[in-house]
Every structure is written in C-alpha cells, then in structure tokens.
Write a protein that binds this ligand. Structure first.
Ligand SMILES: *Cc1c(COP(=O)(O)O)cnc(C)c1O
Length: 395
C-alpha cells in the first residue's frame, strides 16, 4: 500500500476553493474606504437572501454568532428549553447555553441522521405532560440534506415552539422544491461560511428570515445594541449631542466588508461548487455500492448540497472496526474525519448530567461513521486513492 508521502500528499476531508476573482474582489475592498461592515455587507446579504428566497438576511462573523442572535431574537432566556440533535457541531447547542437556557437532545433518524420527527413527537408529548415544552427547536441539516421541515413545522404549530434551521452544511440544498433558507417551515435559518463549508468568507455566518422584527433585532444585537435611528432613540436634553444610543445589550458580531467581498464572489460560484460536490457524491455512490459499508441515504424530498459524505463501518459486515479504518486512512495520508461525537458526551455537557445511552441512534452512528473527503477541488487521482485505500482495507 501507499507509504511515500511525496507520492501521496495529504488529502484533506474538506477544503476551500479560492479563485483569482475571489482574490480580486477582496483586494478591491482593501483599497476602498470601508474595511469593516460597509457597503459590501448588504450586497452579500441580498445575494444570499435572493438565492434562497428569504425576505431578510443578517450577516455576522460566524454561524455560531448567528445561532446566538437567532436564539436571542426568538426570546430565549434563562429557564427556557432549547432542543436539538446530539449529532451536530457543539455550536448548535452552545447558543442556548449563551442565553442561559437549558439544552436537551432529540435522537436522530437512523437513515438520514437528521432529527427524528418520531422521537421529537414522542418527547413533546411527554414534555407536555410534565409542563415543560421547548421554546425553540434547532433542526440541523446534516451533511447538507434537509430535515423533514414540514413535519417539524406542524409540531411547532401544535406545541407552540419556534424553529431555527442550522443550515451550516446546507446552503444551496433544497427541500420539497424550496431552497434551504426560504424559511417556509421555520422562523430563522443560519448558514456558516467557515472554509470547510460550501462557500467561505474565512470566518462568517448569516441568519435569514421572513419576519421583519426578527431581522431588525438581530441587526441591532450584532452591533452592540446600538442604534442611530432617531425614532428608536429616547429623547434627551436640548443641546447635547446624541448621535447614537445603546438601547439593548448587543455584541460585536459584525462581518467585515473584506469577508463580505469574498462571500459575494463565492456566491457567484455556488452552482459550480454544488455541481462538483454532487458529482463526487455520485461517483462515491457508484464506486462504493458493492462495498460492505453503508453509504448516505437520500430522502426523495431533499436535494443535498453534500457538505459531508459519511459512510458507516460495521465490523460484523466488513471485518474492520471504524477506528481501524480511520487509522488506516490517516496512515495513508487521507484525512478522513468524524462528524460528530454526540454533543452530550463531551465533558462540558456530561457535567450537566447527560449519560451514555441517552440517544442510542446518535451513539451508534458515532461508533460507525467516518467522513470521506469531499470538496470541489478534489482531483480524480485523489478520489482513486481514497477508493483504493478503502478497498484494500475492507474488501
Ligand atoms: C460549522 C458549524 C457551525 C458553526 O459555524 P461557524 O461559522 O464556524 O461558527 C454550527 N453548526 C454546524 C452544524 C456546523 O457544521
């Protein structure tokens, strides 16, 4: 098998694709008047909002910040409950803790790895009996495939909670012919522009919504809770200069114009990125179809943006443990990854009282899943190397 690192340069699990046009767009801002939030930020917001058919978009410095602002805008406070799935990045849960709220977890569906609507319904029924329903449920579109949003939305109406879509993986994906981010079945959708995601701004995120009051609140809170809108300011004594007022406790979560320029330029390449990711996923599906592993299952209502391509390794089927396969890949300089450790098993969350066994499907997935590399600039040679390492190791 491969050992020469010269012949086998590192294959990452994900990577950005920066073009000359992207670089030129950033350079243009560097020579302009505004470096931080200026005229390019609203152009980037408009580009994302119009692509996904949402009314309002609020750009911020990360998806983590967007999740925090989304929770605040929906009124999440100490004593409230926020629910999500354990199979996601920790930021999806941390945003509730930032607001002083309690976090709880709904297990995943064994086919899509998204929130199981059956488990959600069951947990809602039991929680209603105990009189403690969630204020917000955060649905994560894992790997870029949408959750069953219509079912979640119907439960939201029935039980009276708000819905945030964590679409950090999923810009460009679709659900029932609607672009993810249309917020047809949610209050707010959040995107991430971290370099491993579908498009990048270095660091960055965005919240989109169709509810003007939520957009306004997120805009206020992304910049210290400060306003210069005369109609929102309290009257003060004649003769004093009040050119702005802080009217709420906000943060500095602003995106820079430098980042927005990169994002705007990357948005022009979104279709190209999606086409390349989908082509790689299709090739994986074809080539891995006779391997004794589980490839990602796609719901017919969803078109994935394929941020991730996880496969499941069962020792009883292929004779190798997930950990062995993971290590063989890394020995061969293929940086496969794991998405995700169930959040509540992290020490910080364990200390809140969560125990192993809480969400069995998420834990089983954690025991079996490995994320194969997928990114738009992947070469045919890299693809063949990945297939051949896996073939040598399990078949
Ligand atoms: C990446 C990611 C985040 C956080 O995004 P940042 O932009 O890095 O803050 C949140 N949720 C999920 C599911 C993610 O993958």
């Amino acid at each position: 098998m491969f050992s020469d690192k010269e012949l086998n340069p590192k294959i990452p699990y994900g990577a950005q694709d920066i073009s000359q046009a992207d670089i030129d767009a950033v350079n243009e801002v560097l020579r302009s008047e505004f470096l931080t939030q200026g005229p390019v930020v609203p152009r980037f917001e408009l580009s994302v909002a119009s692509m996904c058919d949402a009314q309002y978009a609020v750009a911020v410095n990360s998806a983590t910040s967007a999740l925090h602002l989304a929770c605040l805008a929906l009124g999440v406070e100490p004593g409230d409950s926020v629910w999500t799935t354990p199979t996601t990045f920790v930021a999806t849960a941390n945003c509730a803790i930032y607001c002083g709220a309690n976090i709880d977890f709904v297990d995943i569906d064994p086919l899509t790895y998204n929130m199981s609507t059956e488990c959600l319904r069951e947990k809602l029924m039991q929680s209603k009996l105990r009189g403690k329903l969630p204020k917000v449920v955060i649905a994560v579109h894992l790997c870029g495939q949408s959750c069953d949003m219509e079912a979640i939305y119907l439960l939201a109406k029935e039980y009276g909670f708000c819905v945030i879509e964590d679409a950090s993986h999923a810009i460009g994906g679709q659900y029932k012919k609607h672009a993810i981010g249309s917020c047809m079945f949610s209050d707010i959708t959040v995107f991430s522009f971290h370099p491993v995601k579908i498009i990048t701004t270095g660091e960055g995120g965005m919240a989109v919504t169709n509810r003007p009051e939520l957009a306004e609140r997120m805009r206020l809170l992304r910049s210290h809770g400060v306003t210069n809108d005369i109609f929102k300011m309290s009257p003060r004594r004649e003769g004093q200069i009040w050119n702005y007022q802080q009217i709420d406790l906000g943060y500095n979560y602003r995106l820079t114009d430098i980042q927005a320029a990169l994002g705007l330029s990357q948005m022009k390449r979104l279709d190209e990125f999606l086409a390349k990711r989908r082509a790689i996923a299709k090739k994986y599906n074809e080539r891995l179809s006779n391997f004794k592993i589980t490839i990602p299952w796609q719901h017919s209502d969803a078109i994935s943006s394929y941020h991730l391509y996880p496969v499941r390794i069962k020792e009883s089927l292929c004779g190798r443990t997930q950990k062995e396969v993971y290590e063989i890949f890394h020995k061969n300089n293929v940086c496969v990854n794991l998405h995700y450790i169930p959040i509540y098993l992290h020490p910080y969350y364990e200390a809140k009282g969560f125990k192993e066994g809480y969400c069995p499907e998420s834990e089983l997935y954690f025991q079996e899943a490995i994320t194969l590399p997928i990114y738009p600039t992947m070469s045919a040679a890299s693809f063949e190397r990945i297939i051949s390492v896996l073939e040598d190791c399990i078949n």
